[in-house]
Design a protein around this ligand. Structure first.
Ligand code: DHB
Length: 334
């Protein structure tokens, strides 16, 4: 009789080994990753079977959907629409509730280790500081490897994005960074002005933040179907987060700006419009230590991680870069 656990482990080892390649291996907050590319907290990472699939894939980590205190169904449908160059979404934090992820973590770990250790990154997105404190405290005592606190979900009616409120961000970090020794990172919204890059960087520098993830979707955008004369998604009067190719230049700029403003000890994870090895390479030049993939993963499925990793590896080989460190932040000015 076939043993599903054994099969999962075998495929996991194979997938990770395919990617164990010195040229594109990296570290986030000193935690080793077999490749530069993993999933973003977004599509296909809410359910246990989806997270197991990530464990058995070439994704360099298993990243969970942002969780809340209680389980949520998310926003009304239609809440996601693919667009020619990306997508617009207002999912509304559909997730199983943080306790379900806490309970699931040892099973996920068990399925991927010890043959192929792959970090698990949990994403938390509470509706208040109290919610985030409860969840981060619990995950500090779990087998998660990294904790990403989402300060930038644009899709909850009546809840502003924390990352656009600098005082609230500072007050939150004062408390969130005191709950344990696991590395904490922040998922930030896109910023569009140098004064905002500088203000946020100065806040981050005051605390032991280990990494930042730039950028979340560009919030509160509107796509209209001229045929039907209506918005193309239902929640929030049609306003939703814009993702994919449309936002890559914004993501690159945010990664570049923060890499110039923060000490190199704070890793930057790039997100926004990564669907090829070339996109990943551009984020590397801008200063990213790793990248996350959302829209392309939604559209292409689990194979995207292996494909993008191979493409990045070929580009690095052709350019004679022997490691991520050799190319990181090496953007040239003209
Ligand atoms: C959702 C969207 C986001 O951009 C995010 O960071 C977290 C959650 C959502 O709508 O589910």
């Amino acid at each position: 009789m076939s043993n599903p656990t054994h099969n999962e482990n075998t495929s996991s080892i194979e997938a990770v080994n395919r990617c164990v390649n010195k040229r594109i291996s990296t570290r986030i907050a000193q935690v080793p990753l077999a490749s530069f590319i993993f999933n973003a907290s977004g599509p296909r990472c809410t359910e246990e079977d989806e997270l197991n699939l990530l464990g058995a894939s070439a994704s360099a980590a298993i990243m969970t959907k942002s969780c809340t205190l209680e389980p949520r169904e998310g926003n009304a449908e239609p809440r996601y629409q693919a667009l020619p160059l990306g997508s617009i979404q207002s999912m509304g934090l559909h997730n199983l509730g943080y306790k379900a992820y806490l309970e699931m973590l040892p099973r996920l770990k068990q399925a991927i280790s010890p043959q192929a250790d792959k970090p698990i990154v949990v994403s938390v997105s509470g509706f208040s500081l109290a919610d985030n404190l409860t969840m981060v405290k619990a995950f500090q005592a779990s087998c998660a490897d990294l904790i990403e606190v989402n300060f930038s979900c644009p899709n909850i009616e009546g809840k502003a994005q924390v990352g656009y409120d600098f005082e609230q961000t500072e007050r939150a970090l004062e408390q969130l960074c005191q709950l344990g020794s696991k590395p904490i990172g922040l998922k930030l919204p896109p910023y569009f002005d140098f004064s905002h890059f500088i203000t946020m960087a100065n806040i981050i520098k005051k605390f032991p933040v280990s990494f930042i993830t730039c950028i979340n979707s560009v919030g509160n955008t509107l796509v209209i179907d001229p045929e039907t004369e209506s918005a193309i998604i239902k929640p929030k009067g049609g306003f939703g987060g814009l993702c994919g190719d449309y936002i890559k230049p914004i993501g690159l700029a945010n990664v570049r700006a923060f890499s110039q403003l923060l000490p190199s000890s704070i890793d930057i994870i790039g997100v926004g419009g990564i669907k090829t090895g070339t996109d990943a390479f551009e984020y590397l030049l801008a200063g990213a230590s790793a990248v996350q993939v959302a829209t392309c993963f939604e559209k292409e499925g689990i194979e995207c991680f292996d494909r993008i990793a191979k493409e990045l590896d070929s580009i690095m080989a052709a350019k004679q870069y022997s490691s991520i460190a050799a190319a990181k932040g090496k953007l040239k000015m003209i």
